[in-house]
Ligand binder design. Structure first.
Ligand code: APR
Length: 263
């Protein structure tokens, strides 16, 4: 086994509050395309990315047009979201769930909206960019399970009377304050941060590792470990201590096995 994996396993086994941060790269081995990797959605279809940047404004100005778009176009609306509901977790997701079951990982903060961490058995998940399984009201903050709405009548309405949108955070949309606050307190409290499958270019999520790195005195020293197919700005800026370069589905299972052996 690679010495970097062995050292990361020692760090995890010795930790008192390890957390995991994930991005689309952990789901590619489940068949869900990422965004900026070589076959990513934005890489292969810049028009879809430009459309995605308009989505939040569309909802604010015309919720019916937003829903017609979300339920209609490929690579963005229900085709993309419907595809996410059909896929299964891969060994990377299962390894993260196992690290939680071992009592090592206390929280998983994900940018992914596919719900695969819960499907793999992870229980404490913060959905930093929301989830396709729910609808959310921007006015009162209420969230509702998607299946409670037929989506025949558009837009779906909140109990407060205002229109509902997918509980997915679109570009330009504020991160829900409950999730933002919980994520930041995890970043301030952790002593190991395992960052898996993210290009670390989208803020404010990408600021969480630097927040952990630069927190003041009186906090435990933090070990920041990346698992990613390629180096990221966190690697290049020295915010992460090491990069386990490769596929999360191949690195995380032996990492979890070795951490379990050391407990
Ligand atoms: N194993 C490890 N790394 C992988 C794998 C894999 N199997 N597959 C892809 N990767 C890497 C890619 O090389 C890339 O560095 O994962 C990273 C995925 O980066 P992005 O596609 O940018 O995804 P992410 O970081 O989650 O994007 C953040 O951008 O468009 C928004 O809301 C969207 O939440 C998303 C956010």
């Amino acid at each position: 086994m690679d010495e970097l994996i062995r050292q990361a396993a020692r760090d995890l086994a010795a930790s008192s509050h390890a957390i995991v941060l994930t991005g689309a790269g952990v789901s590619t081995e489940s068949g869900v395309a990422d965004f900026r990797g070589p076959k990513g959605i934005w890489t292969t279809n810049p028009r879809a990315e430009a459309q995605a940047y308009q989505r939040y404004d569309t909802f604010l100005s015309d919720p019916v047009a937003y829903w017609k778009e979300m339920l209609g176009t490929v690579g963005s609306g229900s085709d993309f979201y419907a595809q996410m509901r059909q896929v299964a977790p891969n060994p990377g997701h299962h390894a993260i769930a196992r690290l939680e079951q071992l009592g090592i990982v206390k929280c998983t903060i994900t940018q992914n909206v596919d719900g695969l961490h819960e499907k793999a058995g992870t229980r404490r998940v913060l959905h930093y960019h929301g989830t396709v399984e729910k609808l959310r009201c921007l006015s009162c903050g209420s969230r509702f399970a998607l299946e409670k709405y037929s989506l025949e009548e558009l837009p779906p309405l909140c109990t407060c009377g205002r229109p509902l949108k997918y509980d997915v955070v679109h570009f330009g949309e504020p991160i829900p304050s409950d999730v933002m606050d919980a994520s930041e307190s995890e970043a301030m409290e952790c002593d190991v941060m395992l960052i898996c499958g993210t290009s670390a270019v989208v803020y404010p999520f990408a600021a969480l590792p630097a927040m952990a790195r630069r927190r003041g005195p009186g906090r435990p020293a933090v070990k920041i470990i990346e698992v990613n197919a390629e180096p990221t700005p966190l690697t290049r800026q020295g915010i992460s201590d090491c990069l386990l370069q490769g596929r999360t589905g191949e690195i995380l299972p032996p990492l979890a096995d070795e951490a379990a052996r050391l407990l």
